[in-house]
Design a protein around this ligand. Sequence first.
Ligand SMILES: [Zn+2]
Length: 410
Amino acid sequence: MKYETLLPRFLGYVKENTRSDEYSNSVPSTQNQVVFLQKLVAELEQLGLAEVKYNKVNGYVTATIPATTTKDVPVIGFISHVDTADFNSENINPQIVENYDGQSVINLGESEFKLDPSSFPSLKKYAGQTLITTDGTTLLGADDKAGVAEIMTLAEYLIVRPEIEHGKIRVAFGPDEEIGTGADKFDVADFGADFAYTVDGGPVGQLEFETFSAIGLKVDIQGTNVHPSEAKGKMVSAIQLAIDFHNSLPAAERAETTEGREGFFHLLNLNGTAEDAHMDYIIRDFERAGLNRRRQLVLDIAKEINQKFAEPRIKTTMVEQYFNMVEVMKDHMDVVELAENAMCALGIEPDEEPVRGGTDGSKISFMGLPTPNLFAGGENMHGRYEYVALQSMEKAVDVLLKISELNTNK
Ligand SMILES: [Zn+2]
């Protein structure tokens, strides 16, 4: 095997419960992540990296693979996240399927759940490979323990081979990507890289430098509750206004009616009574103009409804969450090209679909550090059907090494 420590390292990582918690106010959001991050500190120190540090303010562990060249080489950063998505992550029990034949149904442990190529055609790509799956009761956490294991394996590979010439490389492992807050306090100046990559994408070849731009919308509605028997002309039902508001948004612009480069309004949550109601939406678009058009539409609909009453009933609050990183990356396409060249040199075809979501790199890029996203290898993220091929993780390490090599020998 090419990277002997990669699989045992990954299996060790996924067994640790590092689920994040969107209702927590602490950083990291869960103590389990702190425990895991501190184990990463110990591992980095034991491997011999320099400047190993856990930053309590932002929850990031950072470290340095020192340069082995005297050339003046830009500093590369590699970043991944330690938390896992909102799905059972107690007692994760990874299953290994060696030499998968590309067509059989895989039983997930003793559970009733199965990975069936007729439901998950991506399985067919992995004939002859080693798959790591769940036992059907939890997620796997390849998102993003695969990324953590790949970066750690790269670090070990380079540290024990000082004869390989490379510039300074910075690594970072952070919390809370899955709840969208992890990168908020990332310290770009302290990290000190010239450019970086998150290693947090899906299947082999993914290279992402374009993401949604994002607004979070809260709608608060105040009704006037009157007994229904004498409500005529007096009751203002908040929950009815919520329904009216929602139905005024274009049906063709919902998450379930859009794809590709189309944006949407997505209702996350609605609760209410006649007395009051509350809705949470996410608004997404690849273009600022599209995002602004949707923002204006929200204001116009609320205004139109409010005009029917003596005092305003609907209050909208919109918060910008992140922006399409291409606005930054367009001036740093050499960073994307370096990753493209590394993949092509390894016979991997880059897959550059825009992400219908955000990445930690969306925020970090706007903080001044251009940070596209590289594949980490996982499939079916965020649930019991998640799996990853060992060979995909090996290819990810190959790409990180090749990026370093091409960055050194320009
Ligand atoms: Zn992820």
